[in-house]
Design a protein around this ligand. Structure first.
Ligand code: NAD
Ligand code: UGA
Length: 458
C-alpha cells in the first residue's frame, strides 16, 4: 500500500483503539497500524476479548482487523512504514516537581516524539490526538525538527471528543472534527491530508479547521465547559435537598430553554473519568502560568464543587443511617465512572468507597463490567471489602444500597426480593436518580434520591 496512505497511531488505549478502528472501517484504502509498548494490551486487541469494553466496538474491530487494521508492539517498524502518525498516549496530571497535581505530565508524549526521530526515514505528519496544553505543538515541532537526518515534520492538532460508552457512535457521527494546523504552506498541505481522511465519512460542514493553538485550547475548554455544567447542577442539588425542590424538575425546567439545552444537566455523585479533572487542572495551571489568577480560580471551583458533591453524598449516607456506618454492610451498585464502560479512572466510587472504609463500613461491590478495575483501585485499602458478581448477593444482609453508576440493569431488579434479604431499616441512596423512588418507598425502603428530600419510613 502507498506509504502516503499508511497511518500509524502510537497508543492503543481508550482513544487510540476505537478511533483507529473506525478510521480503518470507514477508509478502506488506508492501512492503519496501532502500536503500543504494552504487550498485554496489544495481545488483547488481537484477540476475541478486546482490552476495553465499548458497545459496538467488537464488530468494527472484527471487520477491519487483518484487512487494513493492525495492532503491534513493533514501534520502530511501524514508524518507518507510516507517513501519518497520530499520537494518542496518556497525558496524566503531573505527580512530581513543578506543577505537581495540576500540570500535564508530558513525558510519554515527548518519548514518542523521540522515538519518531529515532526511527523515521522520511518526512512525517505528526498529529496530536492526546489532549495537551495549548502551545505543546510548538515544543513538539522544535523537538522533531532537531533531528540530524534532515527530515521535516508537520505537527497537527486533532483532539478527540468521543465519550466512553458511546465511543463508536461518537466517532461515526461526530458533532465536529477539529483539525488545527500551522499557518504555513507546509502546514496547510498537511492539514488537507488529515481532512481527506475524515472526509471518508464526515460531512465537510462538520470538519472545522483552525490554527494549532485554537485547536489545542478548544479541547481543554470543551471538557471544562461540560464539567462546569455538571458542577453547576450538582451545586443546585445540594440546595434542593434543603428546600424540597426536586433537582430533576429543575434540570428539566431549565433545560427546556433552548439557550441552555437539556444535555449534561444530570445531577449525580460527581463527575469521574480520566479527563475532566485532569484537563481542568491543566487549564487552571495554564491560566496561572500566563498570569491570570482570577481565571484560574474560576475554573478550579468546578473541581472543588465536584469534590464537595462526593463528600456530601457520603455525609448524607452516614447522617441518615443514625450517624454511623461502622460494621454495617453497604452495597455499592456500580463502580465504573459512568454506565456502559468498565473504566474506573477517577470514578467517584473510588472516593466514596475510601470515605466509607474510613468510617469502618463493610463494602460489597457489584458492577457488570468494572469489577476487575475496582479490585485494582481498592487493592491498597484496609478494611472489609467484597466484590461480587451478583447484585442480589451484593445486597443480601446489607443495611443500605448506594447507586453509584447509572447502569440500566439496576432499574429492572426485583427490589421487593432485595428488600426481604436486607437488614432493616433498609436504605437506598440513589446517587444517579435512576430508580422509581415512590415505588421503593412504598415497598418499605428509606429512599434518598440525590437532589430531593429523603423519603423515610422510619
Ligand atoms: P490510555 O492510558 O488508555 O492509553 C494510552 C496508551 O498509550 C497506553 O496503552 C500506553 O501504554 C500507551 N503509551 C504510552 N507511552 C507510549 C509510548 N512511548 N509508545 C507507545 N505507546 C505508549 O489513555 P486514553 O484514555 O486513550 O487517553 C489518551 C489521550 O487521549 C489522553 O491525552 C486523553 O486526555 C485523551 N482523551 C481521552 C478520552 C477518553 O475518553 N479516554 C477522550 C478524548 C481524549
Ligand atoms: C468526556 C467528554 O464528554 C468527551 O467529549 C471527551 O472527549 C472526554 O471526556 C475526554 O476528553 O476524555 P467521558 O469522560 O468519557 O467523556 O464521559 P462523559 O459522558 O462526559 O461523563 C463524564 C462524567 O460526568 C461521568 O462520571 C458521568 O457520569 C458524569 N455526568 C455526565 C454527570 O454526572 N451528569 C451529566 O449530565 C453528564
Amino acid at each position: 500500500m502507498d506509504n502516503a496512505k499508511t497511518i500509524l497511531c502510537i497508543g492503543a488505549g481508550y482513544v487510540g483503539g476505537p478511533t483507529m478502528a473506525v478510521i480503518a472501517d470507514k477508509c478502506t484504502d488506508y492501512k492503519v497500524i496501532v502500536v503500543d509498548l504494552n504487550k498485554e494490551r496489544i495481545d488483547g486487541w488481537n484477540s476475541d476479548k478486546l482490552p476495553i469494553f465499548e458497545p459496538g466496538l467488537d464488530e468494527v474491530v472484527k471487520r477491519a482487523r487483518g484487512r487494513n487494521l493492525f495492532f503491534t508492539t513493533d514501534v520502530a517498524a511501524s514508524i518507518k512504514e507510516a507517513s501519518i502518525i497520530f499520537v494518542s498516549v496518556n497525558t496524566p496530571t503531573k505527580t512530581f516537581g513543578e506543577g505537581a497535581g495540576m500540570a500535564a505530565d508530558l513525558q510519554y508524549w515527548e518519548k514518542t516524539a523521540r522515538a519518531i526521530i529515532e526511527h523515521a526515514e522520511d518526512d512525517k505528519i505528526v498529529i496530536e490526538k492526546s489532549t495537551l496544553p495549548v502551545k505543546t505543538a510548538e515544543a513538539m515541532h522544535r523537538i522533531l525538527e532537531s533531528n540530524d537526518k534532515g527530515l521535516h515534520f508537520d505537527v497537527i492538532s486533532n483532539p478527540e471528543f468521543m465519550a466512553e460508552g458511546t465511543a463508536v457512535d461518537d466517532l461515526r457521527n461526530p458533532d465536529r472534527v477539529l483539525i488545527g494546523a500551522m499557518e504555513t504552506e507546509r502546514g496547510q498541505k498537511a492539514l488537507k491530508r488529515i481532512v481527506d481522511i475524515y472526509s471518508c465519512w464526515v460531512p465537510a460542514e462538520k470538519i472545522k479547521t483552525t490554527n494549532v493553538w485554537s485547536s489545542e485550547l478548544s479541547k481543554l475548554v470543551a471538557n471544562a465547559m461540560l464539567a462546569q455544567r455538571i458542577s453547576s447542577i450538582n451545586s443546585i442539588s445540594a440546595l434542593c435537598e434543603k428546600t424540597e425542590a426536586e433537582i430533576n424538575d429543575v434540570s428539566d425546567a431549565i433545560g427546556m430553554d433552548s439557550r441552555i439545552g437539556a444535555k449534561f444537566l444530570k445531577a449525580g455523585v460527581g463527575f469521574g473519568g480520566s479527563c475532566f479533572k485532569k484537563d481542568i487542572l491543566n487549564l487552571v495551571y495554564l491560566c496561572k502560568h500566563y498570569g491570570l489568577p482570577e481565571v484560574a480560580d474560576y475554573w478550579e471551583q468546578v473541581v472543588k464543587m465536584n469534590d464537595f458533591q462526593e463528600t456530601r453524598f457520603v455525609r448524607r449516607v452516614i447522617k441518615n443511617m443514625f450517624n454511623t456506618v461502622a460494621g454495617k454492610k453497604i452495597a455499592l451498585f456500580g463502580f465504573a465512572f459512568k454506565a456502559n464502560t468498565g473504566d474506573t479512572r477517577e470514578a467517584p466510587a473510588i472516593y466514596i468507597s475510601k470515605m466509607l472504609l474510613d468510617e469502618h463500613a463493610s463494602l460489597s461491590i457489584y458492577d457488570p463490567e468494572a469489577l476487575d478495575n475496582a479490585k485494582i483501585d481498592l487493592a491498597d485499602q484496609e478494611g472489609d471489602i467484597e466484590f461480587v458478581n451478583d447484585p442480589y448477593e451484593c445486597a443480601e444482609d446489607a443495611h443500605a444500597i448506594l447507586i453509584i453508576t447509572e447502569w440500566d440493569e439496576f432499574k429492572n431488579y426485583d427490589y421487593s426480593k432485595i428488600l426481604k434479604s436486607m437488614k432493616k431499616p433498609a436504605f437506598i441512596f440513589d446517587g444517579r436518580n435512576i430508580l422509581n423512588h415512590k415505588e421503593l418507598f412504598e415497598l418499605g425502603f428509606n429512599v434518598s434520591p440525590l437532589g430531593s428530600p429523603d423519603m423515610l419510613n422510619l
